[in-house]
Design a protein around this ligand. Structure first.
Ligand code: ATP
Ligand code: MG
Length: 420
């Protein structure tokens, strides 16, 4: 889960306190998984997870009804709420997953000891515990060695682990690209052999992985790895026909973004194919905002390339460019234009021009309308489609500086009415 806390120091202190309290009550308790990996790497963990021998009901008693949430209690996970700057800590009872029958979820969980809990985790670097009271790493899976060497290795037999939960293959790519650690040989072979199975992973989980990949450093490498391992086909099957050169360029463009996001990544991959973008956004169940932004960016890219084909952007009528360069999403478009120019070596002057336009004052980019529909009715334009069409024509003239005042606008309307 993404971090909700604002203050890493407070989060760490609270996670320490949670472990200390469980231990004082006689339970085993340690930090687990991603936070251990991140601390050993010298990174600030996004959040802290605690693993414990205490059962969910013990956790609830110890921290109190009001400071705990039982959303994940069926899997042995309790959320313990800290003071506001610290956020919350997930406290999970040591567990083993019952066999997966569908490649997606375990049929249930059974509580067990720390070692088994480590063995159910996905990759060795994610399978370590840390005892914050004694400052000691507890490593049943060889995570420290792989972390030193910089390898993403499945815990146990890779094909079996990916067979249990197909999403782990996308996680392998995400961690490999994010940390710049190659996939260990057997782990990589297993992904290559089983890549087609990600088809059956729920679209929400796929989208969540892509969202994280898109936003983090190594995002270009993530694209390359998806392609090399054969995951790109099933994940992006709306537009699988790209060649190797396309993917290389797309990966470089994604890396060159200043403000990366899933919509920008998808817009780059969809390459002006709005039908593909729409199908992909629906299939992955993106949020409305993400879907609309993706579609808008794809359409904007198309409009920009048409305008570029007609000549220099700066020479084009502003009324054609303004709907894009005056839009609330113009900064994302400028970022995209710049990243594309940086990686293709083409259109960098046009991209700079776009960047300058989008930072002009809002009143210039999107000036107030000179006349309203009511004004047109008052001037004698009959109610109906004429109103919208005239407003639109007027807007173009205004944006192109051909009509600059209310009076001129009224004269235009009068002239149009007179000419029928
Ligand atoms: P991030 O920094 O991206 O949050 P993370 O390692 O904390 O990385 P989470 O998805 O938050 O990843 O999961 C926490 C831990 O739970 C992981 O470190 C791993 O030990 C375990 N885990 C998560 N998802 C799976 C999975 N699909 N299969 C096995 N273990 C998993
Ligand atoms: Mg995490």
């Amino acid at each position: 889960m993404p971090a909700v806390h604002a203050d890493p120091t407070a989060a760490r202190e609270f996670a320490f306190e949670v472990v200390a309290r469980l231990r004082r009550a006689g339970h085993e308790a340690v930090w687990a998984g991603g936070c251990v990996r991140d601390e050993l790497l010298g990174h600030t963990p996004a959040d802290y997870d605690v693993a414990t021998s205490a059962k969910p009901e013990d956790v609830r008693k110890l921290f109190g009804q009001r400071r705990t949430l039982a959303v994940g209690a069926a899997f042995g996970v309790m959320t313990v709420l800290g003071p506001r700057p610290a956020g919350q800590v997930e406290v999970a009872t040591f567990r083993a997953d019952a066999p997966y029958t569908d490649g997606r979820h375990p049929a249930g969980v059974t509580f067990c000891g720390a070692r088994e809990d480590a063995l159910r985790r996905d990759f060795t670097i994610n399978g370590m515990f840390f005892d914050p009271l004694e400052g000691r790493v507890i490593d049943y899976v060889g995570g420290q060695d792989d972390l030193k060497e910089g390898l993403i290795r499945a815990i146990g037999v890779a094909t079996m682990r990916f067979g249990e939960d197909h999403l782990r293959m996308l996680r392998a790519v995400r961690f490999s690209a994010g940390f710049g650690f190659p996939l260990e040989h057997e782990t990589r072979r297993a992904v290559e052999a089983m890549a087609h199975l990600v088809e059956s992973v729920s679209p929400e989980r796929i989208a969540a992985e892509l969202r994280t990949m898109a936003a983090r450093p190594g995002r270009g490498q993530a694209i390359s790895l998806l392609v090399e391992t054969g995951l790109a086909g099933p994940v992006f099957h709306e537009f699988h026909q790209h060649d190797a050169a396309f993917w290389r360029r797309a990966a470089a463009t994604v890396d060159a973004l200043d403000e990366p996001s899933l919509p920008l990544l998808l817009a780059i991959l969809c390459q002006q194919d709005s039908a593909a973008a729409t199908r992909l956004a629906h299939r992955l169940r993106l949020s409305n905002h993400e879907r609309k932004l993706t579609q808008w960016l794809v359409a904007a890219e198309h409009a920009m390339s048409e305008a570029t084909a007609a000549g220099e952007l700066a020479e084009q009528p502003w009324s054609i460019l303004q709907p894009w360069l005056g839009h609330a999403w113009r900064f994302q478009l400028a970022d995209l234009r710049r990243a594309v120019a940086a990686t293709t070596g083409q259109g960098s002057e046009a991209a700079s021009w776009v960047s300058r336009q989008v930072t002009r004052p809002q009143v210039e980019l999107d000036p107030a309308e000179l006349l309203s529909g009511h004004d047109l009715l008052a001037l004698g334009v009959p109610a109906g489609p004429d109103i919208g069409a005239m407003l639109k024509k007027l807007r173009s003239l205004q944006l192109d500086d051909e009509v600059t005042s209310r009076e001129e606008a009224m004269q235009k309307i009068a002239a149009w009415l007179a000419s029928g």
